[in-house]
Design a protein around this ligand. Structure first.
Ligand code: AMP
Length: 426
């Protein structure tokens, strides 16, 4: 036998049972986004590397260490997207979407790629759901993003959630805070991990995001940004807090939250599942008022978030919540004998107008077919043999009660729809 090939490290297959849950989660996300007035956008999974260097930020771990970058056949530098925000902004500028209105509200979902060390809840190909609100500096938009993320996660059945919120301030506050942190860390370099020595050189704020225990201990004593925020930034944060608290979001201000990407200004937030821990956040985001400009557009304030599908699915599992996907099969059509296949095929065509139907492909014994029907979770089996064909009927077997009914073939769809409706009313 030829050698088998395995999925690459850090990637995973989403098998049918899980995929139907994922589909249900994605549908819920699309639904709530539409309720809030967002429209979907889909962008390519690879882009010019420079987009992320300038967008995500040259000093971030994501760009420095985690990008899948390669040269294509023409020698262009290409990267698999590590996140979607720079791509969405690129598309916004490339297609002049600003013409569609003062504010644009978009949502997306799809795979992202980061060459990180795989671990619990950390993959090299993972999947994100997210939104972007482009074109407003309003604190109401920050609050809407936070509330949408919260309501989505609560809506799919998660509990034990907490939201941490912070402000990184405007350009001026940030420079000042960076300076303070640099001074603070300079005295404590020997207590930081090797990566943080590098981070200290590139962008000292990155150290606040380190997950190593030794660095976390240092960061716990670091000055808080709250102490230096300018008045306008303080007001902005207070307004966000005021709005968010009206929506029953269980949040607290964490003045050391910085998040891993470079472009954030003012509000940042992160939601986590208490039992999975603060370091295993389900999603997060913030305001990014400079990014559009950094990517060559006019000054355009914006805010957004992204959440991780794998982490959400794990949290649901930990909570014992089964998000019901559409994996149910309504009917299994079981032809008896080769001559029954044309009639069975025609019946499948009719029933598939409204129902989910499995048509048996092979000439197999009826008890084997019924075993398959039950394994597939079919609600009914429709049995057709030579006797049924000559009488113009189909034998419907209720796979729960075991009862059998003779139904005219022309009535089969109506009969099944009626019975399935009764099920849904029970
Ligand atoms: P970020 O884009 O870094 O702000 O991350 C947003 C969310 O994406 C996180 O809260 C996680 O849920 C998820 N996420 C980020 N990186 C990974 C990864 N390597 N594997 C799985 N999920 C991830």
């Amino acid at each position: 036998m030829a050698k088998r090939i395995k999925a690459m490290r850090g990637t995973h297959d989403v098998l049918p049972e899980q995929a139907s849950r994922w589909r249900a989660i994605e549908d819920e996300f699309a639904k709530i986004c539409r309720q809030y007035g967002y429209r979907e956008i889909r962008t390519p999974i690879f882009e010019a590397t420079e987009l992320f260097e300038r967008g995500t930020g040259f000093s971030t771990d994501v760009v420095q260490k985690e990008m899948y970058t390669f040269e294509d056949k023409k020698g262009r530098r290409v990267s698999l997207r590590p996140e979607a925000t720079p791509s969405v902004i690129r598309a916004y500028l490339e297609h002049s979407l600003a013409k569609q209105g003062k504010v644009l509200k978009l949502f997306y979902l799809g795979p992202m790629f980061r060459y990180d060390r795989p671990g619990a809840g950390r993959y090299r190909q993972f999947h994100q759901l997210g939104i972007e609100i482009i074109g407003t500096p309003s604190a109401v938009a920050d609050a809407e993003a936070i509330v949408l993320l919260w309501e989505f996660l609560r809506g799919i059945g998660l509990s034990g959630l907490k939201m941490r919120v912070n402000s990184l301030g405007c350009e001026k506050c940030r420079v000042e805070y960076s300076r303070l942190i640099r001074e603070f860390l300079k005295e404590r370099l020997e207590r930081l991990c090797d990566d943080c020595h590098e981070r200290f050189e590139r962008n000292p704020l990155r150290v606040l995001d380190c997950k190593q225990e030794m660095c976390k201990a240092v960061v716990a004593e670091a000055p808080e940004i709250g102490s230096i925020l300018c008045e306008a930034c303080q007001e902005h944060l207070a307004e966000v807090e005021n709005l968010v608290s009206q929506a029953n979001v269980d949040y607290y201000i964490d003045s050391r939250l910085v998040r891993g990407l470079d472009y954030y200004t003012r509000t940042v937030f992160e939601v986590f599942h208490v039992s999975s821990g603060v370091d295993n956040s389900l999603g997060g985001g913030g305001r990014y008022d400079r990014l559009v400009e950094d990517l060559g557009g006019p000054q355009t304030p914006a805010v957004g978030f992204s959440a991780g599908m794998e982490r959400i699915a794990q949290a649901l599992e930990a909570d014992g919540v089964d998000v019901k996907g559409e994996s149910r099969l309504d009917v299994f059509i079981a032809p008896m004998g080769k001559q029954a296949f044309p009639t069975a095929f025609k019946l499948a065509l009719d029933l598939r107008q409204a129902l989910s139907v499995w048509l048996e492909f092979d000439d197999r014994k009826i008890d084997r077919q019924l075993r398959s029907a039950s394994r597939l979770g079919a609600r009914f089996a429709a049995i057709i043999g030579s006797e049924e064909i000559s009488k113009g009927i189909v034998k419907m077997k209720d796979m729960i009660s075991g009862e059998q009914f003779e139904v005219p073939q022309s009535e089969a769809l109506k009969w099944l729809k009626h019975r399935l409706k009764e099920d849904s009313l029970e």
